[in-house]
Design a protein. Structure first.
Length: 311
C-alpha cells in the first residue's frame, strides 16, 4: 500500500500515522489510490486455500527473503515488508522471534540480531518487520539502507515464552521503543481467541509522543477488547497540554499502579526494551542469554523467577 498520512494519529496522537496503522490493524490496504479491506484478502486466501500451506522459515539454516516495500512511520522507524509465496506463512509460534544476518561493511564476520515480526501469525504472501534505527544499532542502520529488491537472510523460529491459552490469569507487559513487537504477539494471539480469557496490561514507554510506534494498532485492540486489554503510554516529558498519559520513566510506583501484583500468584510480567530499561525494570539476561536472575523493579516488588520473562 502507498505511504499514507493523517493529520493526527488515532487515539489523539500527534505522529500522523493514524491512517497507516489503522490500515494495518484492520487489514485495510491503500494502493494506487484504491482502498482494499480484509474481505479482499479473505477472498484471495479462499481462492488458494486448496493448495497446501507451507512455512518459509527454517530453524536450522538462514533463508534469503526479498524486501518488497518500505513504509516510513516516523523520523527513525519504518515498516519493511518482505515477500512470501502466496500460499506461504512465515512460521512463527507465540511467542518466538527470528534472527537476521548480514555482513555489514568490511566486517569479517556477519552481524546477527533478533527481530519479532508485526504481521499476523497466519499472514500469507508477506510478513512485516517494524524496525527502529538506533544510533548504536548496527543491524537497524543496515536495514534502514535496504531498498525494494534487496535481500536479507533470516532464520527461525527462535522459541521464547511457551504461551498456552488460559494458563495465566493476567500478563503484565513493560515495553520500550521497538520492544513493543513481542508484546504485539501476545495481544494478537490472546484477543483473537474467544476462548482465551487471559487479561493483558501494557505499559509502553517512549521518549516522546511522536516516538510511539504501532499506537493506532494498540488503541484499536484496546477499543475492541476493553475488558481484556489495558494500554498505558509513558513518555519522558510531555510537550503538549493534550497529553493524557504518564510522564517520566518506568518506576516501582508505576508498575504497582498498573501491573498485576506478584501476590496474585498466577500472573506473568514480561519486559522488552533497550538495555538500560531492562536493567532497571527486570534485570538483564545472563551472559549466555538465558533468563538469569530477576533484578530491578521486579525484584524489589517480589516477583519470582517463574513470574518474570525477559525478551
Amino acid at each position: 500500500f502507498a505511504r499514507a498520512y493523517s493529520s493526527a494519529a488515532a487515539g489523539g496522537g500527534k505522529s500522523g500515522n493514524g491512517i497507516l496503522w489503522a490500515s494495518l490493524a484492520t487489514g485495510a490496504v491503500i494502493a494506487g489510490g484504491y482502498y482494499y479491506t480484509r474481505s479482499k484478502q479473505t477472498a484471495d486466501i479462499a481462492d488458494i486455500s486448496s493448495a497446501p500451506v507451507t512455512t518459509a522459515l527454517d530453524p536450522k539454516s538462514f533463508t534469503k527473503f526479498t524486501l518488497r516495500e518500505v513504509h516510513p512511520i516516523n523520523h527513525d522507524t519504518a515498516l519493511y515488508r518482505f515477500a512470501l509465496g502466496e500460499n506461504q506463512e512465515l512460521g512463527l509460534n507465540v511467542t518466538s522471534c527470528l534472527v537476521v544476518k548480514a555482513k555489514i561493511g568490511n566486517d569479517e564476520k556477519p552481524t546477527i540480531r533478533p527481530y519479532t515480526p508485526t504481521s499476523a501469525k497466519h499472514e500469507r504472501g508477506h510478513f512485516d518487520l517494524v524496525v527502529k534505527s538506533y544510533e548504536a544499532g548496527k543491524m537497524s542502520k543496515h536495514i534502514q539502507t535496504l531498498k525494494p529488491g534487496d535481500v536479507l537472510e533470516m532464520k527461525g523460529p527462535i522459541p521464547k515464552y511457551p504461551y498456552k491459552a488460559n494458563a495465566l490469569k493476567e500478563i503484565g507487559m513493560v515495553a520500550g521503543g521497538s520492544g513493543i513487537t513481542p508484546m504485539l504477539q501476545f495481544i494478537e494471539q490472546i484477543t483473537n481467541d474467544p476462548e482465551d480469557k487471559t487479561k493483558l496490561t501494557l505499559v509502553f514507554a517512549n521518549k516522546s509522543e511522536e516516538d510511539i510506534i504501532l499506537r493506532s494498532t494498540l488503541d484499536d485492540y484496546a477499543r475492541r477488547h476493553p475488558d481484556q486489554l489495558k494500554v498505558h503510554y509513558l513518555i519522558d516529558k510531555a510537550t503538549s497540554a493534550d497529553w493524557k498519559g504518564e510522564t517520566g520513566f518506568v518506576t516501582k510506583e508505576l508498575v504497582q499502579k498498573y501491573l498485576p501484583a506478584p501476590s496474585e500468584g498466577n500472573v506473568l510480567v514480561v519486559a522488552c526494551g533497550p538495555p538500560p530499561m531492562m536493567k532497571a525494570v527486570s534485570g538483564t539476561k545472563a551472559p549466555d542469554f538465558s533468563q538469569g536472575e530477576v533484578g530491578g523493579i521486579f525484584k524489589e516488588l517480589g516477583y519470582s523467577s517463574e513470574q518474570v520473562f525477559k525478551f
